[in-house]
Design a protein around this ligand. Structure first.
Ligand SMILES: O=C(O)CCC(=O)C(=O)O
Ligand SMILES: [Fe+2]
Length: 192
């Protein structure tokens, strides 16, 4: 499997692991069954409510601090467990929690960041599953500013592991060329 990063981390793109039918089914099922909430984050010291919707799920109703706001996870739904099982079987990694993001249109994205919150296992693998509109995902090296791009297809999975979060930022750039919605799931390992 080729590493998308030239150094300082490992990113594997598996491409589509779900068929078009499975991806369409999961997109609709997640849209309906997940308890979506507008995300509250701190930016420049001010609490802001994002347009993007989010939800946390996991093995237990643990509390999780993300961008300075503490949230409580929901317990896995049947579909989330099916998706998690498929991702674990494909990648050989295991996960105990998942952050879901719902981007209503290409106008919504996520700025440059790392997934290195203190509750996350250090250098643990993070699996990113995408359903719905295809979007560009970008990495930028913190020191050299090198960038790497990957289109995240409907029903695909991408893994970030090793020292990726220490050396590379990532983002989902907003785009004028996409109007359709997208659901992204990032499976993670939270340390209790
Ligand atoms: O939507 C995406 O593809 C990226 C999501 C992400 O980076 C995150 O939830 O930390
Ligand atoms: Fe992230």
């Amino acid at each position: 499997m080729v590493n998308l990063l030239p150094k300082d981390g490992i990113v594997h793109y598996y491409g589509k692991i779900f068929s078009e039918e499975e991806a369409a089914y999961y997109f609709e099922a997640l849209l309906q069954s997940i308890t979506w909430k507008n995300d509250e984050v701190f930016m420049f010291g001010k609490k802001i409510v994002t347009k993007r919707k989010v939800a946390w799920y996991g093995d237990s109703e643990f509390e999780y601090t993300y961008s300075k706001v503490t949230k409580k996870a929901n317990l896995w739904t049947p579909q989330l467990l099916e998706i998690k099982n498929k991702v674990e079987a494909t990648t050989g990694e295991t996960f105990n929690s998942c952050l879901l993001n719902l981007y209503h249109t290409g106008a919504e994205g996520m700025g440059w960041h790392t997934d290195a919150e203190k509750d996350l296992q250090k250098n643990g693998a993070i699996a990113s599953v995408s359903f719905g509109a295809e979007r560009k995902f970008a990495f930028k090296h913190k020191i050299t500013k090198e960038t790497v791009n990957q289109n995240l297809e409907n029903g695909s999975v991408l893994i970030m592991k090793g020292t990726t979060q220490s050396h590379w930022l990532h983002r989902l750039p907003p785009t004028k060329t996409v109007n359709a919605p997208r659901i992204n799931l990032t499976f993670r390992t939270v340390v209790f």
